[in-house]
Ligand binder design. Structure first.
Ligand SMILES: [Mn+2]
Length: 322
């Protein structure tokens, strides 16, 4: 439901990942109350916006789904799709050549196990149908919301393929899971964020904190000053070289046009990036970008940003942060 004329603002809520107790506590703190008529949480003058990733990992995924879908159905919340909702649909959808669109490998099964155990049968099928219809981004005029990266060329690809900002058939998931298809690339950028190929730029591959070898690094699309490889590539302090040494600082090498930098004049809200601690200017938020994922399911905080019409992000509008 679009915002009614009585809506005085939006509360953008980060990745919940099955943390129902934290969600209820946050909603209460934001003055949302269960309504007698609908049984859903609602605020008298505001609407909640979820950035996706309701499921996987956490202990109370069914309860989170019940609360959030109840709010969306009652018109007190909206939601965009996260990569975990996308993956859940792909895991459940048979592929054209046998198997599933998201292969049932050991790694994928482990990542998805808690959802499969907690959300079963017809109830699971109903929620997956709901996931499949979630918009991949939302433009509400004075603010924008996407799970990982606001990138208009990728949005145009989705609109051309689906005729909309959401999937309109399960067949489109076939293209969206086919590496090399423009729809696959676009969905990757919007739901998982852009990456840069370090090896193609003459750098060595790295091993991340879990020991996975990688040649691509995440791109700091929220930083429109990031013109060099060192600033653009997001590297962890615990990343290692192939020789098990600390990965060196990347060079201050100009990388040419910033394909993904956000230059809109409207604030954009996103989740996905497992930020920690208190929001830091320049990383977690800038004048016109704000991450609301502070790793609730890994012991961090479930966070909201209370937006009330401002054109620049204000640190004090974050709620729930440590
Ligand atoms: Mn995510």
């Amino acid at each position: 439901m679009p915002a009614s004329t009585t809506t005085s603002g939006y509360d953008v809520i980060g990745d919940v990942h099955g943390c129902a107790a934290e969600l209820v506590a946050l909603l209460k703190r934001l003055d949302y109350r269960v309504q007698d008529a609908t049984g859903a949480y609602a605020h008298p003058t505001r609407q909640a916006i979820f950035v996706g990733d309701l499921v996987d990992r956490g202990p109370a995924q069914l309860e989170v789904l019940r609360i959030v879908k109840g709010m969306v159905d009652a018109g007190s919340a909206q939601i965009v799709m996260g990569n975990h909702e996308f993956n859940a649909v792909a895991y459940d959808t048979p592929g054209p050549g046998g198997g599933y669109l998201r292969p049932h490998t050991e790694k994928n099964a482990v990542q998805h196990r808690a959802f499969l155990e907690q959300v079963e049968g017809d109830v699971r099928a109903e929620y997956l149908d709901w996931f499949a219809t979630m918009p991949l981004w939302m433009d509400l005029g004075g603010l924008r919301v996407v799970h990982a990266c606001w990138h208009e060329p990728s949005m145009r690809v989705v609109e051309q393929a689906c005729g909309s900002n959401r999937f309109t058939s399960r067949d489109q998931f076939v293209r969206a899971t086919a590496e090399g298809d423009p729809l696959y690339e676009a969905v990757e950028v919007l739901l998982k964020g852009p990456e840069i190929d370090l090896v193609a730029l003459g750098q060595q591959p790295y091993f991340d904190k879990d020991g996975n070898g990688r040649r691509r690094a995440r791109v700091a699309w929220w930083d429109d000053d990031a013109t060099t490889l060192r600033k653009l590539a997001v590297m962890g302090e615990n990343f290692k070289t192939v020789d098990d040494e600390q990965y060196p600082l990347l060079p201050e090498m100009e990388v040419g046009e910033q394909l993904y930098a956000y230059r809109g004049d409207v604030p954009v809200f996103y989740g996905h990036y497992w930020r920690e601690g208190h929001p830091q200017r320049g990383v977690d938020f800038t004048a016109r970008t704000a991450c609301v994922d502070f790793s609730a399911v890994k012991g961090g905080a479930l966070v909201a940003y209370r937006w009330s019409g401002e054109t620049e992000i204000r640190e004090e509008h974050y709620v729930g942060v440590g």
